[in-house]
Write a protein that binds this ligand. Structure first.
Ligand code: SF4
Length: 191
């Protein structure tokens, strides 16, 4: 794998992180999963209960829905790289606080540098506000493309939000179709 040594170092350093309060209460740090050489990266907000227990992002019901969403456009976890804004579980599944996101951002930035994706998809409002722009409105701006620093960015609803409100699923499906189209247009590999 490209950059194997850098990934090993990053993972090892991140595993010992106590950069914010979330480090004290985690069961497991949730680093990331998928293909680190993919041209497509998905970024969520933070681990939930199952993710914390298993040390893997997007497991449990939201993870299953994400897998189904990826399947709809011929993707799966082995074809993309998935990470979160914060690597440790916020208590009671609350939103990660701004200070926690800032404390954790260096790890995510390093992951983005190493993957070097052409496309980043933010899953949910928190990731979109942290990555695309701080006044991002998910209900209005999901599915729109933004060009930042030579990469294409888009946000769609977080799978947990789609579980809570299934009426949003058709909009999310349109976002996925837009993602599939963009992949065809700008990715150099076949997905
Ligand atoms: S959430 Fe991020 S910054 Fe905070 S302890 Fe975990 S890895 Fe470190």
């Amino acid at each position: 794998m490209k950059n194997q040594e850098a990934w090993d170092t990053l993972r090892r350093e991140c595993a010992g992180c106590q950069g914010c309060e979330l480090g004290r209460t985690r069961s497991n740090l949730v680093f990331g999963v998928g293909n680190p050489e993919s041209e497509i990266m998905l970024i969520g907000e933070g681990p939930g209960e199952q993710e914390d227990l298993q040390g893997v992002p997007f497991v449990g019901p939201a993870g299953k829905l994400l897998d189904s969403m990826l399947q709809m456009i011929d993707l799966d976890r082995n074809k993309v790289y998935i990470a979160n804004m914060v690597k440790c579980r916020p208590p009671r599944n609350r939103d990660p606080q701004p200070a926690e996101q800032v404390a954790c951002r260096g790890w995510l930035n390093r992951q983005i540098e190493l993957v070097d994706p052409k496309i980043i998809v933010c899953l949910g409002r928190i990731a979109a506000m942290g990555i695309i722009k701080d006044d991002f409105r998910i209900t209005r701006e999901h599915g729109q493309w933004f060009t930042l620093g030579g990469r294409m960015y888009m946000a769609t609803y977080h799978p947990s939000a789609l579980l809570r409100d299934p009426s949003k699923r058709p909009e999310a499906f349109m976002d996925l179709r837009a993602l599939r189209k963009e992949i065809r247009e700008i990715c150099t590999r076949t997905y």
